[in-house]
Design a protein around this ligand. Structure first.
Ligand code: FMN
Length: 307
């Protein structure tokens, strides 16, 4: 047990990343049932659907789960009300200023972790009163900072300045990544790309297979000069955005067609550099148990490396 498993009340400190439309009850319940911690997304902006998904969790698992709130993309306070009314105990906030809603969430007794891509962002979040951080390296998929700082530099620099509990995200798919993140100051890991390509993930096989068949150079960072800056798979669709150097928000319009109908050129397919480490579609249970086994073996072997 460590601070993260104590806070989450989960068996393992392995969190499934919030991902618009994807991080719903099918995937999140599989993660929670396997001893990890499932997250329900609200980035889709579909309040009623998110409420139904939160309620569906109660029928699919008796294990704890959380909800993500992407501050910048919330149209109004309906998602904030939703997590309070549905008695959610753990929330991650991302993409925006955590100070905006922290008081409402804390007054409702909710534990709040904020996702940060920089030391400055981390210190600001700590000042705002968050309970912990999700430290996101540039390796990861989805919305990213244009500064492109790698996870292990970020973890070390943030850990030097604060003792707050940290969940590491970006480029982690197994016990090797977990052990490295723990060595650099994390007490939990969050995986997105690995769970997107799991058996229980609701996305189309075309997306899963492209992840499996790509190497570590198979993603672009797009839209660095505007918002949102994202990391996505290299496709015909994203090559044009990369060459243009700019992306209109309307480029994300076809994302459901990509995720669920398998049209890989309908939108940018959000994914991280860890595509180079993912070789097969595995069940959530297999991903979590093999990550923990590998992590435990590495920790034991580390003793023999002492000089
Ligand atoms: C398909 C996809 C969708 C994502 N959508 C969101 C989102 O809606 N909100 C959010 O905070 N992060 C989102 N992310 C980022 C993840 O939360 C996480 O930080 C990232 O996936 C970690 O890196 P990894 O992909 O290397 O595991 C998304 C990532 C992926 C791959």
């Amino acid at each position: 047990m460590n601070r993260i498993t104590k806070i989450l009340n989960s068996k393992y400190p392995i969190i499934q990343a919030p991902m618009g439309w994807i991080a719903r009850s099918q995937l999140a319940s599989a993660v929670s049932n396997a001893g990890g911690f499932g997250m329900i997304e609200t980035s889709s902006g579909e309040t009623e659907m998110c409420k139904a998904e939160i309620r569906a969790m109660n029928g699919l698992t008796n294990k704890p789960f959380g909800v993500n709130l992407p501050i910048l993309f919330l149209r109004d306070e309906s998602m904030i009300k939703l997590v309070v009314e549905e008695n959610i105990k753990f929330v991650t906030t991302s993409a925006g200023d955590p100070a905006k809603y922290i008081h409402i969430l804390k007054d409702a007794g909710i534990t709040v972790f904020h996702a940060v891509p920089s030391l400055a962002g981390a210190l600001k979040a700590v000042n705002a009163g968050v309970d912990g951080l999700v430290v996101e390296g540039t390796e990861g998929g989805g919305f990213k900072s244009p500064e492109e700082v790698g996870l292990y530099v970020l973890l070390q620099s943030i850990r030097k300045h604060t003792d707050i509990p940290i969940i590491a995200a970006g480029g982690i798919v197994d016990g090797v990544g977990m052990a490295a993140a723990f060595a650099a100051g994390a007490e939990g890991i969050q995986m997105g790309t690995r769970f997107v390509s799991s058996k229980e993930s609701p996305v189309h096989d075309n997306f899963k297979n492209t992840i499996i068949n790509s190497d570590e150079q198979g993603t672009y960072i797009l839209n660095k000069k505007s918002k949102p800056c994202i990391r996505a798979l290299k496709t015909e669709f994203t090559k044009k955005i990369y060459d243009d150097g700019i992306m209109d928000m309307s480029s994300l319009k076809g994302i459901k067609d990509l995720y669920f109908n398998g049209d890989m050129n309908a939108a940018p397919a959000l994914a991280g550099q860890s595509i180079g480490l993912i070789e097969e579609v595995k069940s959530v249970d297999d991903i979590i148990s093999s990550t923990i086994d590998e992590f435990n073996t590495i920790c034991k072997n580390m003793h023999s490396y002492i000089f």
